[in-house]
Design a protein around this ligand. Structure first.
Ligand SMILES: NC(=O)c1ccc[n+]([C@@H]2O[C@H](COP(=O)([O-])OP(=O)(O)OC[C@H]3O[C@@H](n4cnc5c(N)ncnc54)[C@H](O)[C@@H]3O)[C@@H](O)[C@H]2O)c1
Length: 267
């Protein structure tokens, strides 16, 4: 991909899953990458795998001071910042399990989810954009949203609202900084088979696969490739978008899966 070699990227939640795949792809395309994660051991293991082009940094997306320190340490180490992949989110079972509906949810779960998922991404932009502007050639921001930000669900009201906020934030940042050369886009992954989701109930996985238009579920590399593309000059005319990378999960009529599997007929 054009325009990535020699650039510097910061990836939050970079130690595992989608973030790790993005780190690997960006380095493969010639970037140097700061891997920001609350799990420092995992971030260090990935940095060791990637060599001198990678740096592991510990931070907590719930703590805005630590996000500032993350950005500052990236620039201190690599000398510049061109790309930000805002990706870390509160996806732990403990929190997601209590993220229910407006009647039952505890406000603390709402506040924590919004602090990590929405305010954390805002803070990433707040501290990264001034450094991107200093490069003189702008930069690119990519944010991981989710299909949950587009579609209603039976639980996870806070997670869904935070992901919708991210899409709106991406459009707004794109609008506010586009003329200064900074592009900003969101990605809505479908069900991506990261280690942390491997214990999803089998019936849920089966329904998701039946509703995916391609023969398989998503892989972290599917999102990593889109991140690199959106950062690259090949994506230079794409900004302010929320792009579904979901194997067609959100692109069909509600009866698709039943008809396709022979479980229902037109007449
Ligand atoms: N996997 C999917 O199917 C899927 C679908 C839609 C959206 N997403 C989104 O993709 C992003 C990445 O998730 P993933 O599936 O790769 O999960 P993952 O658990 O594999 O990776 C998440 C990473 O974020 C880190 N992290 C968690 N909380 C943090 C915090 N407070 N501060 C810093 N780092 C923190 C974790 O340590 C981990 O390394 C999230 O924004 C998630 O909402 C995932």
């Amino acid at each position: 991909m054009r325009g990535i070699a020699g650039k510097v990227a910061l990836v939050t939640g970079g130690a595992a899953g989608i973030g790790a795949a993005a780190c690997r792809r960006l380095v493969a395309e010639g970037a140097r990458v700061a891997i920001g994660d609350i799990d420092h051991d995992k971030a260090q293991a990935l940095a060791a795998e990637l060599g001198t082009d990678a740096l592991a940094l510990a931070f907590d997306a719930e703590d805005t001071d630590s996000i500032k320190a993350l950005v500052d340490s990236t620039v201190a180490h690599f000398g510049r910042l061109d790309f930000l992949f805002n990706n870390a989110a509160l996806v732990s079972r403990e929190v997601i399990g209590q993220d229910s509906n407006p009647v039952d949810i505890d406000f603390a779960i709402w506040d924590r989810t919004m602090a990590v998922n929405a305010r954390g991404y805002l803070a990433g932009c707040k501290y990264a954009i001034p450094h991107m502007l200093k490069t003189g050639s702008g930069g690119a921001i990519v944010m991981t949203a989710s299909g949950s930000g587009l579609l209603g669900d039976l639980s996870n009201i806070a997670y869904a609202a935070s992901k919708a906020a991210i899409m709106s934030m991406a459009r707004t940042v794109a609008t506010q900084y586009g003329k200064q050369g900074i592009r900003c886009n969101a990605i809505n992954p479908g069900l991506i088979q990261v280690e942390a989701r491997k214990n999803m109930p089998a019936p849920v996985v089966e329904i998701m696969l039946r509703n995916t238009l391609v023969p398989r579920l998503g892989l972290p590399e599917d999102i990593g490739g889109m991140v690199a593309f959106l950062c690259s000059d090949d994506g230079a005319f794409i900004t302010g978008q929320a792009i579904n990378v979901d194997g067609g999960l959100q692109s069909h009529m509600p009866y698709y899966a039943d008809f396709a599997s022979g479980g229902a007929k037109w007449s």
